[in-house]
Design a protein around this ligand. Structure first.
Ligand SMILES: [Zn+2]
Length: 84
């Protein structure tokens, strides 16, 4: 959707990140993956500039859970929807 503006406010994080939230977050990161667009990386799901709001939300949830980038990458790689 050219011209569509992404809301600037961030999605709220859960006050306490549960294992279920971690699952949602990993899924958000996998679904809202990076794809190359004409003007740079975009989200392959909604075509907003990458990382889109949901991707950032997923990363923030996992960071709050205390996962490192390496651990996040491992979770994302194991997710059934992940492309290698
Ligand atoms: Zn997205």
């Amino acid at each position: 959707m050219p011209g569509a503006a992404e809301p600037l406010d961030e999605l709220p994080l859960p006050p306490y990140v549960t294992a279920e939230d971690v699952g949602f977050a990993v899924r958000a990161i996998v679904v809202h993956a990076e794809e190359s667009g004409r003007d740079g990386p975009v989200c392959r799901h909604d075509l907003f500039p990458y990382p889109c709001r949901l991707h950032r939300w997923g990363r923030a949830v996992l960071a709050r859970r205390g996962l490192t980038d390496t651990e996040v990458a491992a979770l994302v790689a194991r997710h059934p929807g992940a492309e290698s």
